[in-house]
Ligand binder design. Structure first.
Ligand SMILES: NC(=O)c1ccc[n+]([C@@H]2O[C@H](COP(=O)([O-])OP(=O)(O)OC[C@H]3O[C@@H](n4cnc5c(N)ncnc54)[C@H](O)[C@@H]3O)[C@@H](O)[C@H]2O)c1
Ligand SMILES: [Fe+2]
Length: 386
């Protein structure tokens, strides 16, 4: 039992319903916004998703500028370009619309636009100082949960994925509109859905900061995500299932924002940074192996999660339930059509040892894993995944 008390932080206002994005103009009135920067990526801009809100805002405000050059796994240089634009146009409010890459970029722009600090100075936990510009985030994937996490992940010039973790990165408002996720292709739906599930799983088993709020959110998130991922994969236009996925990724985000992720994410980072595989795919590739590795050390670890999503196991031993959960996660990734082996994702065997060394640098996350991961373990896990 955890009886040590806890601290829990999240976003002050969350709106989740079809059409939520059309409330943007109204939400922005609350910040006396006159000059707005929308941060998004080229795919979202091309899809027309931001056209209606942009039009409504252009009528209501003095200036609406769009930065639509966000790249997946935001490179440092691109983030700084967006910060420059915000300064040049003297914007007073930032809105991020997109997947985790756009939302993370928007967070950093809101923080750095008026700050004397450099991006380099704020990698790590709690190093950002001062206030940020008003910030509203609207996810178009379900997802990273970035709309409710105090985290932004950047790819450095050296090709390393680094995180800025600071309470200022929590936005003022999160707007979740399932209409924005209807256009997600099946591959992105699957990868981002698995990412959200990993957030819930790793938050629930985090060695540090595990707390009853995060536990409850993780369980409910896993229920929603495991039930609705097959539905949105079968029919991408199922609005109710899309909304349930957004709700699931939101809850998983709130959960891991306060009870951080572990070795699946730590081992996924070098894959994303070196081979530019989507973040969710990297997680899906490592998930079954890390879960089996953790379960070996603590054979009942995942029993509570099995109880939540596999009711048919009732009556079986805790160890059997935990093993069944590990198998179920393996099945889900494969059934969702995601690659299951590194060798099928163009990762050469020769890269495994340098990736293992890189993963050991992700101490911020490794330390949360329920089982200690050594360099040998990391290499073995990559070998199993290969
Ligand atoms: N801040 C956090 O707490 C946190 C948590 C997990 C991951 N991340 C980071 O988030 C990033 C990954 O984000 P992501 O998985 O959401 O993907 P993403 O933002 O990189 O987008 C992936 C692709 O999906 C497309 N896309 C997004 N929404 C779409 C839609 N509705 N319709 C059609 N196409 C759409 C984009 O155009 C892009 O090509 C990584 O950099 C990862 O490290 C951050
Ligand atoms: Fe993630």
């Amino acid at each position: 039992m955890q009886n040590k008390g806890f601290t829990f932080e999240t976003v002050r206002r969350i709106e989740c319903h079809p059409g939520a994005i059309m409330n943007l103009a109204c939400v922005l009135q609350g910040f006396s916004c006159r000059r707005l920067l929308i941060v998004t990526d080229p795919g979202i801009e091309k899809s027309g998703l931001i056209e209606a809100p942009r039009k409504a805002l252009a009528e209501a405000l003095d200036l609406v500028v769009v930065f639509s050059k966000v790249q997946a796994d935001p490179p440092e240089q691109m983030v700084l370009e967006a910060v420059d634009l915000a300064r040049r146009e003297a914007v007073d409010t930032i809105v991020g619309i997109g997947g985790g890459s756009s939302l993370d970029t928007a967070k950093l722009v809101a923080l750095l636009a008026r700050s004397p600090q450099k991006l380099d100075d704020i990698y790590g936990i709690g190093l950002a100082k001062g206030p940020r510009l008003p910030l509203v985030l609207a996810p178009t994937t379900a997802g990273t949960g970035s709309e409710v996490t105090p985290i932004a992940i950047v790819t450095t010039r050296a090709g390393e994925k680094k995180g800025v973790v600071a309470p200022q990165l929590l936005p003022d408002v999160a707007l979740l509109d399932p209409n924005l996720t209807l256009s997600l292709p099946p591959g992105v739906t699957a990868a981002t859905g698995i990412d959200a599930m990993v957030h819930a799983i790793e938050a629930f088993t985090s060695k540090h900061l595990k707390n009853p709020m995060s536990d409850a959110l993780a369980i409910q998130a896993l229920r929603l995500l495991s039930e609705n991922l097959p539905k949105v994969l079968a029919d991408g236009s199922n609005l109710a299932a899309r909304q349930a996925m957004l709700q699931g990724s939101l809850m998983a985000g709130m959960s891991f924002a306060n009870s951080p992720t572990g070795a699946v994410h730590a081992l996924a980072y070098p894959l994303g940074a070196t081979f530019h595989l989507p973040h969710g795919v990297c997680n899906a590739l490592m998930l079954p192996h890390v879960l089996a590795f953790n379960n070996e050390d603590n054979p009942e670890l995942y029993a509570p999660l099995a109880e939540a999503i596999l009711p048919d196991l009732k009556g079986q031993s805790r160890a059997e339930m935990s093993r069944a959960f590990v198998r179920e996660m393996q099945r889900l990734g494969a059934e969702a059509g995601l690659p299951v082996r590194l060798r099928d994702s163009n990762v050469p065997e020769s890269a495994l040892s340098s990736m293992a060394a890189d993963a050991m640098k992700v101490e911020r996350l490794l330390r949360n894993n329920p089982r200690v991961v050594t360099l040998d373990d990391a290499l073995n896990l990559y070998r199993q995944a290969w």
